[in-house]
Design a protein around this ligand. Structure first.
Ligand SMILES: *Cc1c(COP(=O)(O)O)cnc(C)c1O
Length: 367
């Protein structure tokens, strides 16, 4: 019995919860364990936080400076089209692109799904993958079509087209979370030329890979590329995401989004981060160095990854068992048990600071 219901004078406490839509009665996003909870539970103070694919460094100096400065003007509403941020994005990526922005790429996914999907419309998802596509689709009462990846987690473009040919929007993540798999450009082009709807290509980790999908924006009007400031730019807490969109789509997206979608402080922090290119280069070099060491030194099989994390097959342990064993040694990683379409024998490990990665390698190789 909750505290509110004791005080409830409406007499409707049994029925009010039925007001909640069925898609929100259970499930939801799975969050990583908190460092404080692990150190409390195991009495360890040396914690390696390797569960959320964050950048372990503090944000770029310019991001901090410009974000702080923007706070001084926060009495005014921000520009609703995020003109200064989109200008900074064009400076960073090139003048030929159109952008939309959102509260994290998650916010972009949510708004774009709301822009396109009516109840009962089809939404296709290449699985196993990031869970938020499904949550965003179900929120619009969409019909979700899953397209399973192969045994090596590659995408079969023919199967993709067969299953997603008629849906409004399809989600494909490359490098894929949690497997790390990169989908080759010709496979993406095959999909783009054979589907009727939009392909949302989630490139949250693309900076860590050798693949650049951006030139495809010049040739296809049904491609959206999602990007984020949360990973390589170290601004996960600022919640800034954006997407390359075909120019026809931007005005519709703005109509569907909440009026002032992104706050001015985060937007200025993002602009500062985009101006500090050396930070990005250093982050990528660090990730590539450690990705190689993870592949070479972890004693369990590691899947090839284009991201700042790897997926590890930890059989005969389950993912959940390995997470618990590593937590005893102060290492927080992610079990892949909650990803639909994936057996419970995988963990996902981010690349952290040198000290954290050494701690993880010693811990996993002792188990
Ligand atoms: C982290 C992540 C995102 C987006 O993160 P935001 O913080 O919302 O920008 C999107 N897709 C994938 C696959 C991710 O791992």
């Amino acid at each position: 019995m909750t505290r509110e219901s004791k005080r409830d004078r409406s007499g409707k406490e049994a029925s009010v919860q039925d007001l909640v839509r069925s898609c929100y009665r259970s499930g939801g996003y799975v969050f990583a364990s908190k460092a404080e909870d692990i150190s409390e539970k195991y009495g360890t103070t040396r914690i390696a936080r390797l569960a959320s694919n964050e950048n372990p460094r503090s944000p770029p100096e310019r991001a901090i400076e410009q974000g702080c400065r923007a706070l001084a003007d926060a009495n005014r509403y921000p520009d609703e089209t995020m003109r200064s941020l989109t200008k900074a994005l064009r400076l960073y990526h090139g003048n030929d692109y159109s952008f939309v922005t959102g509260v994290g790429m998650d916010g972009v996914i949510e708004t774009l799904t709301r822009t396109l999907v009516d109840p009962g419309d089809g939404v296709a998802i290449s699985t196993p993958t990031f869970s938020f596509y499904r949550l965003a689709a179900l929120a619009q009462a969409a019909q979700v079509v899953e397209i399973p990846r192969g045994p090596d987690f590659s995408v079969d473009p023919e199967l993709f087209v067969r299953k997603a040919g008629k849906v409004k929007i399809s989600f494909l993540c490359s490098p894929n979370n949690p497997t790390g798999t990169v989908t080759p450009i010709p496979d993406i082009e095959h999909i783009l030329t054979h589907i009727d709807g939009i392909l949302f290509l989630d490139c949250a980790y693309v900076e860590f890979s050798d693949t650049d999908y951006r030139p495809l924006m010049q040739e296809y009007t049904n491609l959206v590329i999602g990007r984020t400031m949360s990973k390589v730019f170290a601004l996960a807490g600022a919640r800034v995401g954006y997407a390359f969109v075909p120019s026809w789509l931007a005005p519709f997206y703005l109509r569907a989004s909440t009026p002032f979608v992104l706050n001015a402080i985060s937007a200025q922090a993002a602009i500062g981060a985009l101006e500090e290119r050396s930070f990005v280069d250093e982050t990528i070099a660090h990730a590539r160095y450690w990705r190689k060491r993870y592949e070479d030194e972890i004693k369990y099989p590691v899947f090839p990854s284009g991201a700042n994390f790897v997926m590890v097959d930890v059989a005969p342990f389950t993912g959940d068992e390995m997470v618990a064993l590593l937590a005893e040694q102060g290492v927080i990683v992610r079990s892949c048990a909650s990803f639909t379409g994936l057996a419970n024998k995988y963990i996902r490990v981010s690349i952290g600071l040198d000290r954290e990665n050494e701690q993880f390698l010693a811990a996993i190789n002792s188990i």
